[in-house]
Ligand binder design. Structure first.
Ligand SMILES: [Zn+2]
Length: 388
């Protein structure tokens, strides 16, 4: 028994990823992503169900290690409290053997975990994880694992390309991606499913390029008929993001929606956003862009003072879940603003429900991506590695 234990310990020691190896590209084609998974925390519950090692960073000094861990991590004056032990460092790295999991507040993560004391008051946590494993933890959050495999493959390629693009943009920042809707929703190994992992594996290393380089492969839940030209939202003017006809997302539960918001709530939101406006009298769409989405909206009060917002700013102010898209018609009824709209999301790039609709009609991943990113090509990471 002792022999087996020693052997197991030796194997697990051998397969530990060295902290140095986690600095940059783990191996060609599967770079490490740095994902912010927890932020502004006073304490974190941390657990490992196998062997682990803890290093100080950036000095990479081995501080401690062992087998089975369940502790609270907090803040001390001079560093980080690790259970009852004070580690006098502001950044520590927890590593486990390849394939092992680290639990943070009950959610499991592959790769390694950096706990950082920020501005001396709060903790943030960055999960360093190989791109392909990161994608295992993204897909289930973005689409249903019950969708047809060709739609899941399209999601895997767009999510892979999007992550690589973000990593290149954020090279000099502390992390590449957040784990929320502002990057891609990621919740670690907890959200892995057989079919979504299969879609990642079937598209291993595949990315979308335009003119030989990756681009931000935006996607959204439901376009409602036409996807949006990215120039209406951001400073990106390339053929694959100029918008296209969809017509495949009618079955989406988000195709049509309506919201009623009390005018007093909107008055407060306007005031909080710096607009000087009294009791709202009218809300009118002044301009729509080519896809039918609101470009300019005018809000007027009972003293005839008005303010003009872009559709994008209005949606941000209202909250992207309340105002599901900028493709809506406003009307005032009984002290409330009724917004009747179609689609969910910014509308740029792939319409996820449209991809599902296409896959359901027998279209393959190439055909799906051609519709939503016209002019783009599917290639592999190794072909563009020198640009990352
Ligand atoms: Zn659509």
């Amino acid at each position: 028994m002792k022999k087996i234990y020693t052997l197991l310990l030796l194997i697990s020691t051998l397969s530990f990823i060295s902290p140095q190896a986690l600095h940059a590209v783990e191996r060609r084609g599967n770079p490490i992503m740095r994902v912010l998974v927890l932020d502004n925390r006073d304490s974190i519950s941390l657990a490992v169900k196998g062997s682990y090692k803890i290093y100080s960073m950036p000095s990479e000094k081995l501080l401690t290690g062992g087998y089975i861990l369940h502790t609270k991590v907090g803040i001390s004056k001079q560093g980080i409290m690790f259970g009852s032990r004070e580690l006098k460092f502001s950044k520590i790295r927890i590593t486990v053997p390849r394939g092992g999991l680290i639990y943070l507040d009950g959610r499991s993560f592959r790769g390694t975990i950096d706990i950082i004391k920020k501005d001396n008051t709060k903790l943030s946590v960055i999960n360093r994880i190989a791109l392909e494993e990161y994608l295992y933890g993204v897909l289930y959050n973005e689409v249903s694992h019950r969708w047809p495999i060709e739609a899941l493959k399209a999601q895997a390629i767009t999510a892979r390309t999007f992550a690589l693009y973000q990593a290149r943009q954020n090279k000099l920042q502390d992390y590449d991606l957040t784990n929320d809707i502002y990057s891609q929703v990621y919740s670690g190994a907890t959200s892995e499913r057989w079919s979504t992992t299969r879609a990642v594996k079937l598209t291993l290393g595949k990315v979308l390029t335009y003119k030989g380089d990756i681009f931000p492969t935006y996607y959204h839940a439901t376009c409602g008929g036409k996807t949006e030209d990215a120039t209406n939202l951001w400073n990106i003017d390339i053929q694959p993001l100029k918008g296209s006809e969809c017509g495949f997302c009618k079955e989406s539960p988000h195709y049509e929606w309506a919201r009623n918001i009390p005018l007093s709530d909107i008055e407060k939101k306007l005031c909080d956003s710096g607009y000087k406006i009294g009791k709202i009298k009218s809300v009118a769409v002044m301009a729509r862009n080519k896809s039918g989405r609101v470009d300019k909206i005018e809000i007027r009060d009972d003293s005839d003072v008005s303010c003009m917002l872009t559709g994008k700013d209005f949606r941000n102010m209202m909250g992207p879940n309340d105002l599901r898209s900028t493709n809506f018609e406003p009307s005032i009824n009984n002290g409330k603003l009724t917004m009747s709209g179609i689609g969910w999301g910014h509308g740029v790039g792939m319409c996820q429900w449209g991809a599902k609709g296409m896959a359901g009609k027998g279209k393959n991943v190439e055909e799906i991506l051609k519709i939503y990113y016209p002019g783009s090509e599917i290639t592999t990471i190794d072909k563009i590695a020198n640009k990352l």
